[in-house]
Design a protein. Structure first.
Length: 538
């Protein structure tokens, strides 16, 4: 019988218990698991030489490609097998992704690589050749275009049914070029294999799995204005738009609509709150220098980034807000909403052109434009899932969509019960989207949405007794305290997570959030999401 909880084996394996959610007697455990392959090998074919009968299982690299030029034709494919015996007997799969580290790739034409499942797990790393390689089972699981000398990912969550592979405790995968017969070209990608030395162990292949044991309890529903509390208000000026927070749990809200007054960023410090709403226009709540406006706001690397449609992206150091500077200057941002998100792992910023165009631009940590993507709709609200790299976004409507820059790919997720106008937040603790909207009669409305199914559930309504127009314009949840913040035009509301303080929430006992801080295991919990530990070697 299989164990009910994953435990390390002789194979390299990283098990991360991410969250324990308790509500009454129900409980759920979510695990992040990283498995290195127990076997991997490339196979090769050469038009003249006898590569097809040669084994390359001990090579330091995996290779995928084809050469169809005036020289002899060549083919390269790669196989990997993972031991799944450490996984529990029953679980709900939430993510399955293959990660390889790229050493070489070609750009013209693009290196497009397909991932297949292989049901025959009997192949041996030390004997497999081109002539006896097992064939793929079923269609393509995932496709990725290799575009950089960094990690390449194949997310095959949607296409993989793990039941058959769990039955024999093994998963075999095949990587091959999308078009091996493309005439006149050499298309190649080389990745590190499991044989690379320990000094560069970070580059070895990894199967990333996230799964859940037990059901997620439904979030509590609150109505009638309690137990949300108003913790800050804006004394004058245009409406606030968008929320973010720093490592100390201080919450930042941005002014929008071409604001030209003093500092369009406001800061709420929970340590200064004593039961009476703070006034955002007080000197201690005003943050940063005078800039044009804040149509998008995000925190990362000790800075608050602001999308200012008068000039570009500005960066405001939290430690010295008076020394703000341009992070990137470019044309195309829109005063109607240009949200941005920050990727902590490499410092990249993704900024939308808002209602101007369905375009997302990617800037590296130096502020250089390194990518431009066309979305399935305009993005006027965005949030980031640090674990998967996916960006969830919404136009000025009810729809929620997801964009994956690693594909790239774009797909519909679901629809909210009202117009989404700034309030969208991915909560790494629960794996749910918090969606704020205005339904025409009650602006104080928040739903949760399951990103995998698009299913929504009412979380809160009627918490704004003043019935402020405009809807929920920002949402953020503190991953340490569990407090939920909601921005309503000119006011900031907070739902405390302390069960003793809010006895009206849910069944007896309320709900408890416990985040495991696993720095020693190679990943850490960070405000804003679970992120990979920085790698110091390349």
């Amino acid at each position: 019988m299989k164990r009910l909880q994953p435990t390390p084996k002789s194979l390299p394996i990283l098990v991360l218990p991410i969250v324990f959610l308790v509500s009454g007697s129900s409980a759920a455990q979510v695990f992040d698991v990283e498995l290195e392959p127990e076997a991997d090998a490339k196979v090769q074919w050469h038009e003249i030489l006898d590569w097809a009968n040669t084994n390359y299982g001990s090579a330091l690299e995996l290779q995928v490609g084809a050469e169809n030029t005036a020289l002899p034709d060549k083919r390269y494919r790669s196989y990997l097998r993972f031991d799944l015996s450490s996984l529990p007997e029953a679980f709900t799969l939430e993510r399955a992704r293959l990660r390889l580290f790229t050493e070489i790739y070609t750009t013209i034409p693009a290196t497009v690589i397909e991932l297949y499942r292989v049901s025959d797990d009997s192949w041996s790393e030390s004997t497999i050749t081109w002539n006896d390689q097992p064939g793929p089972t079923g269609g393509v699981l995932a496709t990725t275009t290799v575009t950089s000398l960094q990690e390449a990912y194949w997310d095959f969550t949607a296409g993989w049914d793990p039941a058959a592979d769990l039955a024999d405790d093994a998963l075999s995968l095949l990587l091959r070029l999308e078009n091996e017969a493309l005439a006149g070209f050499e298309i190649n990608a080389i990745f590190d294999s499991r044989e690379v030395p320990g000094s560069v162990a970070f580059a070895r292949p990894v199967l990333e799995l996230r799964y859940r044991i037990g059901p997620l309890p439904p979030p509590p529903v609150t109505t009638g204005g309690q137990p949300f509390e108003k913790v800050a208000t804006l004394d004058a000026g245009p409406q606030l738009w968008g929320l973010t927070a720093d490592d100390a749990g201080r919450v930042y809200a941005g002014h929008n609509s071409n604001f030209s007054g003093p500092a369009p960023v406001r800061r709420f410090d929970p340590d200064l709150y004593a039961g009476t709403p703070l006034v955002f226009d007080d000197a201690q709540q005003v943050f940063g220098p005078v800039v044009g406006d804040a149509d998008g706001i995000a925190f990362g690397a000790g800075k608050v980034f602001v999308a200012d449609n008068l000039g570009g992206i500005r960066q405001i150091p939290v430690a010295s807000p008076g020394s703000a500077s341009y992070f990137a200057v470019f044309v195309g941002m829109n005063g109607g909403g240009s949200p941005l998100v920050h990727r902590l792992s490499d410092g990249h910023l993704f900024v939308s052109l808002g209602e101007a165009a369905p375009v997302l631009q990617e800037f590296n940590a130096s502020g250089t434009l390194v990518g431009q993507y066309f979305l399935g709709a305009t993005a006027e609200t965005m949030t980031f899932d640090a674990a998967t790299g996916r960006i969830y976004y919404s136009p000025n409507g009810t729809a929620v969509r997801v964009f994956d820059p690693s594909g790239p790919s774009d797909a519909a997720v679901g629809s909210a019960g009202g117009t989404i106008n700034g309030g969208l937040f991915f909560d790494a603790a629960t794996g749910l989207l918090f969606v704020g909207s205005a339904n025409g009669t009650n602006p104080g409305r928040i739903e949760t949405m399951d990103p995998a199914t698009g299913t929504t559930q009412l979380f809160a309504t009627g918490f704004d007794p003043e019935n402020t127009p405009g809807g929920v314009l920002g949402i953020w949840r503190d991953p340490v305290s569990g407090d939920l913040y909601a921005l309503q035009s000119d006011a900031l509301f907070r739902l405390p997570a302390n069960p003793a303080a809010v006895p009206a929430l849910g069944p007896p006992g309320g709900w408890l959030l416990v985040a495991a801080l696993l720095v020693a295991a190679g990943r850490r919990v960070h405000r804003g999401g679970f992120v990979a530990a920085e790698r110091t070697a390349r």
